[in-house]
Design a protein around this ligand. Structure first.
Ligand code: GLC
Length: 709
């Protein structure tokens, strides 16, 4: 991307100077009419190429931002109306859902979380920001930080899985990647932490459904990734659709103001989700649009996405004294402050000589590495993988193998399926000397080995794509049976946006690679793993159930008073299924063999505000270099409230050549050891702490220490 380097040299000095934005905001605010103030609180959706209506609204100062319009020419047409025609010449900010890439598409966020490598996310979002910036965009509705414990919910694809510690690490990486040190810099975007809050706890896994979440679970599970985004300097938040304990998230003063502003110290602005203000009526909360506008703005939603209740209803509400002008002013202040800080007043226009082109070598290299590091080897009986060299005839089965959209997944921005490397194409590129034959519906009889590509079409997960059944499609299972009958080596590659139940292949197929939706370079990455050019080292960021009847199923569950015991009927279990997952959180194998040893703690006892260092050694005992993700978990008992059976409090992905050994060290201090006790205050409570160091959320080495009074 040398083109980008030139841009950086030209534009960087222009962003270097920063003036007192507060003063500029106040000077502007006091000159604004009510209509112009409300114009700053309106975001409208538009077609890619923009529209005359958006130009008209911008020229009247009645529009603050658009979503989905992209391309320097279309954006400048609207921006010129605002900056050259409107009375106060306030620039718009142009937004789009750049979720896991803009034109070059990276693995879905759930896949990148499987890398357990924040650097993967940071490099992907840095490149995505550059491409989007070239097309005139300055704001992305990403990262999506919803913790998800229910794979029936289609949006698990967009998040970072079930754990708040891993989710927080990824949240920081996304914000750093999009915004850099200065979000006004060339090639950077304002990020947006969404969906605030609790959206992933949708009852029955049905999108947009009700959520009932205790305050302690909100604070311990759902809030942390958002707090991490605030601490990383995220410029915007998006309020969610869901009813949260009776108060929809887009009208919830406790979450939007008390927690987000006063507790977390968020200084940016909040945009609603699409029509989530208007939907307060459908929730049965708001009586009408005026009531919806009043409740949302008063709660802390600054900008309204798509619906226009603010523009339409606030003038009369203010006139009637039902909403103080000060509330409107505060929302406008936040939006203007962001626009000044993002350099939009100095640089409102996009360079029309530039555009985001097809993925180039650099972006493909970044995408391929992200995909390679996101692969999870779920099983590999008898070392079936990597494939032996010199296969004469390899059969690749399943329609997904030749489907570009299946590797891109949901929210694939401006990505083009035809620019994606399918699994079939990747395999063909990797072994040109092998005869690679493909069938989407019947089994090829005389192959030397078989690759089954199974899972979900690209549109079977994502928004409004909940599923009541999580099993593989019938045609996939038929192909698996046909391949297994041949008695030749059979491996499965999963392309999916959520955990699936793998009945029919999980016991029968000796090797399974979870590729998720691996993006533009997915086929090359998967082929590299199949033929041993890389050794997969990813780990699951979300539990895989054996059957959908187990859901919700997650590793950091409570013990209950009757933890499941096979030999004791009256314990918390099923008559017809185990309580354990098919594959647990943190699970992932390797082509080599790792072992952990020498677990030691720096002290047997610490003071309440103190810290303890946890060390262990990891060895590569196998015949191939590889990565292991060493994971640190704790468990508390005998404190003021029940605690999860395990909580992730540290991880490190370690690369080890064969025969090598390395020490990993973690620190457990107040940040890791504290929790919300009976008094709902965050504190470190005295008592014993069990420590587990392992390669998944199950098993591992254990030790314990005590926190003194
Ligand atoms: C959608 C999604 C949200 C997205 C927004 C704009 O409904 O819930 O994640 O950013 O609308 O596309």
């Amino acid at each position: 991307m040398k083109l980008f380097a030139i841009l950086l040299m030209i534009a960087a000095p222009a962003f270097a100077a920063s003036r007192n934005n507060q003063e500029r905001v106040e000077n502007l605010l006091k000159r604004m009419t009510l209509d112009e103030k409300l114009g700053q609180l309106q975001q409208s959706g538009g077609p890619v190429e923009g529209s005359l209506d958006l130009v008209d609204q911008a020229g009247k100062g009645r529009l603050s931002s658009t979503l989905n319009v992209r391309g320097a020419k279309a954006i400048n047409q609207i921006q010129r109306a605002a900056v050259e025609k409107s009375r106060l010449k306030i620039p718009l900010i142009f937004a789009f859902d750049v979720i896991h890439g803009y034109r070059t598409i990276f693995p879905i966020p759930l896949a990148m979380a499987s890398s357990w490598d924040p650097a993967v996310v940071e490099s992907a979002s840095t490149l995505a920001a550059r491409e989007a910036w070239m097309d005139g965009l300055r704001w992305t509705f990403s990262p999506m930080l919803d913790i998800a414990r229910d794979p029936r919910w289609g949006r698990v694809a967009e998040g970072n899985g079930e754990d708040p510690y891993l989710g927080s690490a990824m949240a920081r990486a996304y914000v750093r990647g999009y915004q850099g040190d200065d979000a006004s810099a060339v090639g950077r975007l304002a990020a947006c932490a969404k969906h605030w809050v609790g959206y992933g706890a949708a009852e029955a896994g049905r999108d947009y459904s009700t959520t009932e979440i205790s305050e302690r679970t909100l604070r311990e599970i759902y809030f942390p990734p958002f707090r991490a985004a605030v601490d990383a300097g995220v410029w915007t938040f998006m309020s969610a659709f869901n009813d949260l304990d009776g108060v929809p998230a887009s009208a919830n003063h406790w979450t939007l103001t008390d927690i987000l502003r006063h507790d977390m110290g968020f200084k940016g602005f909040v945009v609603s989700d699409w029509d989530s203000v208007l939907q307060l009526i459908a929730h049965g909360l708001a009586a009408n649009e005026a009531d919806a506008a009043k409740r949302a703005l008063s709660a802390g939603v600054d900008m309204e996405m798509n619906s226009t209740t603010y523009m339409k209803e606030l003038p009369s509400l203010i006139k009637a004294g039902k909403i103080p002008m000060a509330v409107v002013d505060e929302a406008v202040r936040r939006v203007l402050n962001a626009k000044f800080a993002l350099g939009l007043f100095e640089h409102p226009y996009a360079d029309e000589s530039k555009k985001a082109g097809a993925p180039d070598e650099e972006s493909r290299t970044v995408a391929r590495r992200a995909a390679e590091r996101s692969l999870v080897l779920l099983k590999n009986d008898n070392g079936v993988l990597p494939f032996f060299p010199g296969i004469k005839k390899l059969a690749v089965l399943g329609d997904l193998a030749d489907d570009g959209a299946a590797v891109l997944g949901s929210w694939s921005g401006d990505g083009r399926p035809e620019e994606a490397v399918t699994i079939l194409a990747g395999i063909r590129d990797a072994v040109p000397e092998t005869q690679v034959v493909f069938s989407s519906e019947t089994v090829i009889k005389d192959a030397d080995a078989y690759v089954l590509v199974l899972g979900e079409k690209g549109d079977m997960s994502g928004e409004a794509s909940s599923r009541a059944y999580l099993g593989l499609r019938g045609e996939d299972l038929a192909l698996a049976r046909g391949a297994l009958i041949t008695g030749k080596p059979v491996v499965a590659v999963l392309l999916n946006g959520r955990p699936l139940t793998l009945t029919g292949i999980v016991d029968e197929v000796p090797a399974i690679i979870e590729a998720w939706q691996p993006g533009t370079e997915g086929g090359h990455a998967v082929a590299s793993a199949l033929f041993g050019k890389i050794n997969p080292g990813g780990k699951l960021p979300i539990s895989f159930p054996r059957t959908v009847g187990q859901v919700p199923l997650y590793y950091n569950h409570k013990s209950t008073g009757r933890p499941a015991e096979d030999e004791n009927h009256f314990t918390s279990k099923y008559l017809d299924a185990p309580v354990t997952p098919q594959f647990p959180f943190g699970w992932g194998l390797s082509y080599t063999k790792f072992s952990l040893s020498d677990l030691r703690l720096s002290a047997p006892k610490i003071a309440r505000g103190g810290s303890v260092t946890v060390k262990a050694s990891v060895s590569n005992d196998g015949a191939m270099a590889g990565d292991e993700v060493v994971q640190l978990y704790i468990k508390r008992r005998g404190v003021s409230v029940t605690r999860p059976v395990r909580e992730l409090k540290g991880f490190s992905r370690v690369a080890l050549p064969q025969g090598a050994k390395k020490e990993v060290a973690f620190t457990l201090g107040p940040k890791e050891l504290g929790f919300f006790g009976l008094d709902m205050r965050y504190s470190v409570e005295p008592g014993p702490v069990e420590v587990f160091v392992g390669t998944s959320s199950v098993g591992g080495l254990s030790a314990s220490f005590t926190i003194g009074e």
